[in-house]
Ligand binder design. Structure first.
Ligand code: 5GP
Length: 187
């Protein structure tokens, strides 16, 4: 059966770490590489972490109806899930895993319905989330402020997801997610 796993969370909730762990622990999963108009940061690689494309290319893809969903996650920073990624992964006989923002997660769940397991990763608190964003050391103060404000709003959408995992202890969260995904894939 064609299936997808959706991970959403406020930025800094440890979502990307948990997505990476799931990919290592469960070989049936394959990551859906999104398109974005933001610049690569740190050690990110084009066509591995994201397809880093220009705003013109992004608009072109919108007009071609190439996206399942897309969002302006931050002002002038667009992110989108490609239909072609999903098809490619299903054709490999694998289960798709998405790392998207909260609005994107809700759109993807509506689109895929019972084929999808949507998981909301919740930080223990807004203060802890801010601390994590600062210690990650990849964003300037203004960006962190924007992300914290956005996180406060995003937390109110947790209940729209199939499952909520509170990430206070990373190892516990990893275990919990592994169990959720395995039982969804097997049934
Ligand atoms: P970052 O800039 O930190 O990589 O990502 C910012 C936010 O955009 C994260 O919450 C990430 O999950 C989300 N994101 C990444 N790809 C997509 C996508 O294709 N669609 C949507 N809606 N959000 C995405």
């Amino acid at each position: 059966m064609k299936k997808v796993i959706i991970f959403s969370a406020p930025s800094g909730s440890g979502k990307t770490t948990l997505v990476k762990h799931s990919l290592e622990a469960i070989p049936e999963l394959e990551f859906s590489i999104s398109c974005t108009t933001r610049q690569p940061r740190g050690s990110e690689i084009h066509a591995v972490d994201y397809h880093f494309i220009s705003p013109e290319e992004f608009r072109q893809k919108i007009s071609e109806d190439a996206f399942v969903e897309f969002e302006e996650v931050y002002t002038d920073k667009y992110y989108g899930t490609l239909k072609s990624e999903v098809e490619k992964i299903w054709n490999l006989g694998k289960v798709v895993i998405f790392d998207v923002d909260v609005r994107g997660g809700i759109s993807l769940k509506k689109y895929f319905g019972d084929k999808a397991l949507s998981i909301f990763i919740q930080p223990p608190s807004i203060e802890e989330l801010e601390r994590r964003l600062i210690s990650r050391n990849t964003d300037d103060a203004e960006t962190i402020k924007t992300r914290v404000e956005k996180a406060e709003e995003e937390l109110s959408y947790a209940k729209e997801f199939d499952k909520i995992v509170i990430n206070s202890d990373l190892n516990e969260a990893k275990k919990e997610i592994e169990i959720l995904i395995k039982s969804f894939i097997e049934n």
